[in-house]
Design a protein around this ligand. Structure first.
Ligand code: AHG
Ligand code: MN
Ligand code: MN
Length: 333
C-alpha cells in the first residue's frame, strides 16, 4: 500500500486547482503538528503532572482542566508566528486573539476547541481537538468577534484529532473527508482512510439519557421508537453508545454509522455544544462524508452565528436517521 502523508495529501489537493492554497496547507500542517504535541502530553498522563484541574474557569463558567489550558497554549504558540492567520479564537479564550504585530498576518481565521471531552481526561477515556478554518472578511485588518460570525457553510476546512488507542486526525477541505493515523515512531500523519463514508442507515444512537425528562417531543418520539426496538414502529433493535467526548462519538459514527444528538432541551435551552468550534466543524466533516447535521428544524451549517461562544442543538450522523429526526421536528410544529 502507498503510504500517503498528510503533507503529500495537502500538496495533491493544492495541485487540484483552487482546493488548498499554500497558506491553508501551512495552517493545516501547523494545527496537525500542534495536535501531535497535545497527543504526547496526554499520553504521559500523571507522569507529566498534566491531570486535574487548572483552578480557573473559562468564559462559559466551566472549570478548566490543566490540559484544557496546555492544549490551548500549544495551539496559540504554534499558530501565531507562521503568517497564515489573521486571528484565532478558542473555547478557552474569552475573546479572539489577534496575531501580534511583530508577525505577518495571513488571510485565515482559526477557531478551535483545544480539548474536547475534558471530563474524560482524568479517567483515561479518549479526548480530542476540534478546529474550523474561515476566511478573514475582506478589508478587515484587526479581526474582532464579528469577523468570526460566519455560517458554517463558509468554512474552508475543518478537522478533529482524537487521542484514543491510536491518535487519529480527520480532515475535510471541502473535497470529501479523509482520516490519518499518527505514526509515533516516524512522527508523521499517514492516511489510513482515503474517503470516509457514513452508512446512511444505522441501528445505533448516542444521546445523554440522563437528560430524558427535559427532551422536547420530537427527540422523545425518536428515542422512544428506537428503544421500542423490533416490536416498535422501527421494526429493528437499536444499540446505544455515549462516550461523552464528541470527538470519539463522531469518529465512531464516521466509522460505522449512527446518530449523535445533543439537542436543545428544557435544561439546555440553546443547546449544549458550541456552534463555531464544535457543531460547525463536525457538521462540515459529517456532510462531506455523506451524512447530515441539523440543529432540529434547520441545517447546522446554515445557521448565522450571533456570538463567538454561542451554543447550538446538534443532531448528526447517518443521513436517513437525521432526516427522520428532522421530519419529527417539522411534524411537531
Ligand atoms: P468540552 O470538554 O470541550 O467542554 O466538550 C464536552 C462536550 C462533548 O464533547 C460531549 O459530547 C458533551 O460535552 C458531553 O456532555 P455530557 O457531560 O452532558 O455528557
Ligand atoms: Mn468540546
Ligand atoms: Mn473543550
Amino acid at each position: 500500500m502507498r503510504r500517503v502523508s498528510l503533507t503529500q495529501y495537502l500538496v495533491e489537493q493544492q495541485r487540484k486547482q483552487g482546493i488548498v492554497s499554500a497558506e491553508l496547507r501551512l495552517l493545516i500542517e501547523v494545527v496537525a503538528r500542534a495536535c501531535k504535541s497535545i497527543s504526547n502530553a496526554i499520553s504521559k498522563g500523571a507522569l507529566a503532572g498534566v491531570l486535574g484541574g487548572a483552578g480557573s474557569d473559562n468564559i462559559q463558567g466551566e472549570a478548566q482542566k490543566k490540559l484544557d489550558v496546555i492544549a490551548n497554549d500549544v495551539l496559540v504558540e504554534a499558530n501565531e508566528w507562521g503568517g497564515h492567520l489573521a486571528a484565532m479564537a478558542s473555547e478557552e479564550m474569552d475573546l479572539p486573539l489577534s496575531i501580534p504585530n511583530r508577525y505577518p498576518k495571513g488571510e485565515y481565521l482559526l477557531v478551535y476547541d483545544p480539548l474536547d471531552g475534558s471530563s474524560n481526561i482524568d479517567v483515561n477515556v479518549s479526548v480530542g481537538t476540534i478546529f474550523s478554518v474561515l476566511r478573514c472578511p475582506e478589508g478587515v485588518v484587526e479581526p474582532d468577534e464579528k469577523a468570526f460570525l460566519q455560517a458554517g457553510s463558509k468554512q474552508v476546512a475543518a478537522g478533529f484529532a482524537v487521542y484514543g488507542p491510536a491518535t487519529i486526525l480527520v480532515l475535510t477541505v471541502g473535497n470529501g473527508t479523509v482520516g490519518f493515523t499518527l505514526d509515533r515512531e516516524m512522527g508523521s500523519w499517514i492516511m489510513t482512510e482515503e474517503k470516509i463514508e457514513i452508512p446512511v442507515d444505522t441501528k445505533e444512537f448516542a444521546i445523554n439519557m440522563s437528560n430524558a425528562r427535559n427532551w422536547t417531543p420530537p427527540i422523545k418520539r425518536y428515542i422512544d421508537e428506537c428503544i421500542a426496538g423490533s416490536t416498535g414502529p422501527r421494526g429493528k433493535d437499536f444499540n446505544m453508545r455515549w462516550v461523552a467526548s464528541m470527538v470519539a462519538d463522531v469518529y465512531r459514527i464516521l466509522s460505522r454509522g449512527g446518530v449523535f444528538m445533543y439537542p436543545v432541551d428544557a435544561k439546555h435551552t440553546g443547546g449544549r455544544l458550541r456552534l463555531l468550534y464544535e457543531a460547525n466543524p463536525m457538521a462540515f466533516i459529517v456532510e462531506q462524508a455523506g451524512g447530515a447535521a441539523i440543529n432540529g428544524p434547520q441545517r447546522i451549517m446554515d445557521v448565522q452565528p450571533e456570538k463567538l461562544h454561542q451554543r447550538q442543538g446538534v443532531i448528526l450522523g447517518s443521513k436517513n436517521e437525521v432526516e427522520l429526526v428532522g421530519r419529527y421536528y417539522s411534524e411537531s410544529k
